[in-house]
Design a protein around this ligand. Structure first.
Ligand SMILES: Nc1ncnc2c1ncn2[C@@H]1O[C@H](COP(=O)(O)OP(=O)(O)OP(=O)(O)O)[C@@H](O)[C@H]1O
Ligand SMILES: O=C(O)C1=C[C@@H](O)[C@@H](O)[C@H](O)C1
Ligand SMILES: [Mg+2]
Length: 174
């Protein structure tokens, strides 16, 4: 972990990165960025459309470019896309430039939270439970390998999650 003003949130879809990130940014009076949203603003289309026309790899290339840019900023709260940690270069950039919080969440909770969502192309499948289970198995070691702190968002209100993160961040970043 680097001593830094930045907080980077990682975790699966629906773990609460956007929700918690916004609240953290407000509490710290820092600007909030969401790499998914930044990509949508840059391209002018939504993420499902990028997946449709360029495939997952095309999206990952765009995501990597965006992570490169966002990790050059100082003093931000960043919610990363759920799969941003798949690329080693992204993990390195995040580790070098900020305090990484892994928002952990059970498969069951993620299923509940993403059930009605149409904006997550990787969950457009006949069996979202199987998909989430396999994403969890593949990614959990990667999230853990880069996290400075992890917290379960499935068992607490977001306000409580935010205050635990702030406590930890302030204790290591004085
Ligand atoms: N304790 C909690 N912490 C965070 N989010 C929660 C909590 N309880 C319920 N939610 C809800 O979970 C849903 C998913 O959260 P959110 O969109 O922030 O996830 P995300 O990690 O940004 O997902 P994605 O990677 O797809 O962008 C939201 O509707 C949010 O209100
Ligand atoms: O988990 C993933 O791979 C993704 C999560 C979202 O945040 C988006 O970045 C996109 O839908 C891919
Ligand atoms: Mg989000």
């Amino acid at each position: 972990m680097t001593r830094s003003e930045n907080i980077y949130l990682v975790g699966l879809m629906g773990a609460g990165k956007t929700t918690i990130g916004r609240q953290l940014a407000r509490a710290l009076k820092l600007p909030f960025y969401d790499s998914d949203k930044a990509i949508e603003e840059r391209t002018g289309v939504d993420i499902p459309t990028i997946f449709e026309f360029e495939g997952e790899e095309g999206f990952r290339d765009r995501e990597q470019k965006m992570i490169q840019q966002l990790t050059q900023m100082e003093g931000i709260v960043l919610a990363t896309g759920g799969g941003a940690i798949l690329r080693e270069e992204n993990r390195r950039l995040l580790k070098e430039n900020g305090f990484i919080v892994y928002l952990q969440c059970s498969v069951e909770r993620i299923l509940e939270r993403t059930r009605r969502d149409t904006q997550r192309p990787l969950l457009k499948t006949d069996n979202p439970r199987d998909r989430i289970e396999s994403l969890f198995a593949q990614r959990e070691p990667l999230y853990l390998s880069c996290a400075d702190f992890k917290i379960d968002t499935g068992v607490m209100q977001s306000k409580e999650v935010v205050s635990h993160i702030l406590e930890e961040y302030n204790s290591v970043n004085r």
